[in-house]
Ligand binder design. Structure first.
Ligand code: UDX
Length: 475
């Protein structure tokens, strides 16, 4: 089918590339001329595993082209709107870009078009779109408006698009529902050439959930807000564990074994970030407010999340006593691994707090350095984690990149000023790092120090939990 995708951000670019990968003829437009030129010249405006290769492949096959919004409107039988809906100061989603696209479609499109909102939008946006098109269309445009929220995660967006758990559509006409089913049939059947896995492991076919537009729009905000709530919940449990001497990793494991809870999104840390959770929770609170519902639960989810960084800074103060003048190594700046995105990343708030307390920050991130440099120019950016740790009074783990699991701790021991690791993502077990000669402080678990490990007394948190104190062994 001839499909158009308007907007080439994470969602738009992944959508355009993957729809072409499963066989459709796709036109993707981008209003940012620099970004468009980069894409037309084979460049990538963002880092996302597999995406560059998929784009190269489908462009070579002649199934993907980049151009202007006007060209995109003229091209596709169905038009996916994937423009940004950033948060406004009051937390509402900014729908200006959606309106601009709607106006252009109303003015330019002729014949029949299926207009699909894929951007994250508040409930009833589809209804607004329909009204807008009927008021402003001048060329006898016949259309349907449908909702098709996306659930892809940065860092795994291509895999999430091609191998989703579910495809949700909201359509108020059989024609629109039928067209969306046709568009996604190859994914529903899992019949396409997978660019990620040569022998694509057999997996459960995705569920194709067709509902009305309002419900589909709500599914998006409700899903993201629920996941954010799960994270804030386990972060509160982590705080409790720190006070009572329990192990949040075990608690999360015990909870997650209940299929009604599930193990996913129970990793405590320094808070959720990124361009989705923070703004979607805010927008959902506002949507509820405007409908007369006080979503106090989500307001608490936000507050808990906003306190995570301060809680982490308190750990740093406790370990370093005086932060001013200390050299602090920050490992990880991206809001999560496998992305170069630092939008609403806890790392940014954390580093700003450390700089404000007079610390010197040396940071390293495998992908996000340039994007971080744009918002944190005062930081010393290093080309690897070892350089960042040179002369450090503390090493902070802020993003759980895999490469931090392969570090040479003996080498680090010889380069740091003080063997201290404060882990904001529980990448290691306390014993692992204290056994390497470093004091290890983490989230929701008992701190561990090398001298405990050195006396060969196998400290397992269970004995600590039983209130046993570390016996001072005479030197
Ligand atoms: C999210 C949703 O997962 C995705 O379905 C939606 O389409 C877009 O928003 P994304 O923002 O890419 O995706 O990241 P995600 O992997 O969900 O992580 C969000 C944040 O939560 C990150 O900062 C991550 O570090 C944090 N997180 C995640 C936790 O702190 N603990 C967890 O257990 C999981």
């Amino acid at each position: 089918m001839k499909l158009s995708v308007i907007g080439a951000g994470y969602v738009g670019l992944t959508t355009a590339a993957c729809l072409a990968q499963i066989g459709h003829d796709v036109f993707c437009s981008e209003s940012d001329v620099e970004k468009l030129a980069k894409l037309q010249n084979g460049g990538m405006p963002l880092f996302e595993p597999h995406l560059e290769d998929v784009i190269k492949g489908v462009r070579k096959a002649g199934r993907l082209r980049f151009g202007s919004t006007e060209e995109a409107i003229a091209w596709g039988d169905a038009i996916f709107i994937c423009v940004g809906t950033p948060p406004l100061a009051n937390g509402d989603a900014d729908l200006c870009a959606i309106e601009v696209v709607a106006r252009a479609i109303a003015k330019r499109a002729t014949g029949y078009r299926l207009i699909i909102e894929k951007s994250t939008v508040p409930v009833q946006t589809g209804a607004q779109l329909r009204k807008h098109l009927s008021v402003h269309s001048t060329n006898g445009l016949r259309y349907d408006v449908a909702s098709n929220p996306e659930f892809l995660r940065e860092g795994t967006s291509v895999e999430d698009f091609l191998h989703p758990d579910r495809i949700v559509i909201g359509a108020d006409s059989p024609r629109a529902a039928g067209l969306l089913r046709e568009i996604y049939e190859p994914i529903v059947q899992q019949k396409f050439t997978c660019p990620i896995h040569s022998g694509c492991p057999k997996r459960k076919d995705p569920i194709f959930l067709a509902t009305d537009t309002n419900s589909a729009e709500l599914i998006k905000h409700a899903s993201n807000s629920f996941l954010a709530m799960k994270i804030s919940f386990i972060n509160m449990v982590a705080n409790l564990c720190e006070v009572v001497g329990a192990d949040v990793t075990k608690v999360a494991e015990g909870m997650g074994l209940d299929p009604r809870i599930g193990p996913a999104f129970l990793n405590p840390g320094i808070g959720f970030g990124g361009f989705c959770f923070p703004k979607d929770v805010q927008a959902f609170v506002r949507i509820a407010e405007k409908s007369g519902c006080d979503f106090s639960l989500l307001k608490e989810v936000e507050k808990i999340n906003q306190r995570r960084v301060e809680h982490f800074v308190e750990k740093i103060r406790k370990e370093l006593w005086v932060v001013r003048g200390k050299k602090i190594a920050v490992w990880g700046l991206a809001f999560k691994p496998n992305t170069d995105d630092v939008r609403f990343a806890p790392s940014i708030t954390l580093v700003k707090a450390l700089l404000a307390e007079g610390a010197a920050v040396r940071a390293y991130d495998p992908e996000a350095t340039e994007k971080a440099r744009a918002v944190l120019p005062e930081v010393t950016y290093c080309t690897d984690a070892y350089r960042a740790a040179e002369g450090a009074d503390a090493i902070l783990i802020v993003t759980e990149w895999d490469e931090f699991r392969q570090m040479d701790w003996n080498r680090l021991l010889s380069t740091v000023e003080q063997p201290l690791v404060i882990d904001g993502r529980n990448v290691f077990s306390p014993e692992q790092i204290s056994g390497k000669g470093f004091r290890y402080v983490s989230i929701g678990r008992v701190d561990a120090s090398p001298w405990q490990a050195a006396v060969g007394e196998k400290i397992d948190s269970s004995s600590l939990r039983a209130g046993n104190s570390v016996q001072e062994v005479p030197a």
